[in-house]
Design a protein around this ligand. Sequence first.
Ligand SMILES: [Cu+2]
Ligand SMILES: [Zn+2]
Length: 191
Amino acid sequence: MCIPEYARQRTASAACVSNLDADKPQVTGQVLFRQSYPNGKLEALFDLNGFPSGSNQSGRAIHIHKLGDLSNSCDSTGGHYNPFNVNHPRHPGDFGNFYSKEGKIRKYKPNLLATLFGPYSIMGRSIVIHEQEDDMGKGNNKASLENGNAGRRLACCVIGTCNKNLWECSAVFFYISEKYKGFYNFNSFVW
Ligand SMILES: [Cu+2]
Ligand SMILES: [Zn+2]
């Protein structure tokens, strides 16, 4: 029997909240994921707001952390999700550095290593947005091979199942805003 397309695809969303730290930028937003079963690679849409808007902003590391536990805000999400016990930056959720423009990060990333299926699924784990740049394991110290020395946690989000419409609507607006820059005001869409 043929399995319909919609049954072979999973989508996940993560609503990101700012860490409880009044002296840091209040970063919020959403990260969406989509993946087809069994051979599809994970794709992600990052849509984050609240970064300082000046020029000379450093890159910000974004990772998947082990625990989906926000009981003590972003500080209770544990370390990097590391199911294969390898060094940073080879963890499945090492997404690298992101650069904000006018206080926002908007980024589409395909071909990610993390997965929404099977025993190593990232469902129920968390995403952490850091204050600083990820040194990608080149910092010559122990922390570099654990977490990239990315500094404090600005915001975090727990990854959960979502309706596929959420991905589709967001993906359309990402596409439109890239293709027709200046014609559409991306920020005027409510989504
Ligand atoms: Cu991290
Ligand atoms: Zn890592």
